[in-house]
Design a protein around this ligand. Structure first.
Ligand code: GDP
Length: 295
């Protein structure tokens, strides 16, 4: 995960570690390499620039030039700033409702259906919940089948109405079904498109308005870098979602989406997907991720 970024940051810090005497030129060179590493990771230019400016201010404030271990101090400053950039604290999911309704949004192929299953499995096995999965994709029968396959795999019931072409109705009926049958979490998987389009946005906005979920999650493929950030912005403008799920981190060698998405939409990353299996889900911890990035 993020191997390229980890390697490049390591090389940047070597500029400081390799020198007997630390000068402001070395520090500036290091920061230039840190910025380049972020840009190569597909972090937006302004975010990368602001990041290195903040690191520089902190480095000056903490006398990085006079310390005996400037490399280590610099790594710590970068780690703290990366943690902040990725949201600082770990963010939870709102499970206060009876049932708690969680709406999934995102483009087709982002990993929404897979993640719906992973989350249901996580809440069932780790939190003792009784979740209901809801197939609200009215365009692709294959998507409904896929959710049923996932549900069978994890032993979670799936609600669907294959003949109904009204996503709002299906979601509302599913919530009634959940209330009547003792489900305490309802996870609504919605239709995605290959790119942001008006019809899809209207549909999910209608479902959102009708069921008023306790939690709306935006699912995005982390490998798509700045595109992921732009898509997040488009969905957030419409849905004002509560959190981000970054999928396919196992295949992401760059890390740009993980690093920049929080500061662009001002919503925390709540979960990550790290593989195709139902167990490949983790709660996102900004400081642990910063540790991993720094190797
Ligand atoms: P949806 O169209 O948004 O519902 O996307 P799917 O859930 O069908 O996922 C699209 C593809 O990505 C499938 O082949 C999944 O197995 C795969 N996928 C989903 N999440 C992950 C992940 O975290 N890691 C990897 N490697 N593959 C994933």
């Amino acid at each position: 995960m993020f191997d390229n970024l980890t390697d490049k940051l390591d090389k940047a810090f070597h500029i400081l570690k390799g020198h007997g005497k630390i000068t402001d030129v070395n520090v500036a060179d290091t920061l230039k390499e840190v910025r380049r590493a972020l840009l190569d990771a597909d972090v937006n230019f302004k975010i990368a620039k602001d990041f290195t400016t903040r690191v520089k201010e902190k480095a000056i404030g903490s006398d990085v030039l006079t310390t005996l271990q400037p490399g280590q101090l610099m790594v710590k400053i970068v780690k703290d700033e990366l943690t902040e950039l990725m949201g600082g604290e770990t963010a939870g999911v709102n499970l206060s409702g009876t049932p708690s309704v969680i709406l999934m949004s995102g483009l087709q192929g982002s990993g929404k259906t897979t993640f719906s299953g992973k989350l249901a499995n996580f809440l069932k096995t780790k939190k003792g919940k009784k979740p209901l999965l809801v197939a609200c994709d009215i365009y692709r029968p294959a998507a409904i089948n896929q959710l049923h396959v996932v549900g069978d795999q994890i032993g979670v019931e799936v609600y669907s109405e294959p003949e109904n072409k009204n996503a709002v109705e299906i979601a509302q009926n599913a919530i009634k079904h959940a209330k009547a049958n003792g489900f305490n979490v309802v996870i609504v998987d919605t239709a995605g498109r290959l790119a942001v389009d008006e019809q899809m946005m209207n549909e999910i906005a209608n479902v959102h308005a009708a069921i008023q979920p306790h939690e709306t999650l935006f699912v995005v493929d982390s490998m798509t870098g700045q595109d992921a950030v732009n898509t997040a912005k488009a969905f957030n403008d419409r849905l004002n979602f509560d959190g981000v799920v970054l999928t396919k981190l196992d295949g992401d060698t760059r890390g740009g989406a993980a690093i920049s998405i929080k500061s662009v939409v001002n919503k925390p990353i709540k979960f990550i997907g790290t593989g195709e299996k139902m167990e490949a889900i983790d709660v996102f911890h900004p400081s642990r991720m910063a540790d991993r990035i720094l190797g």
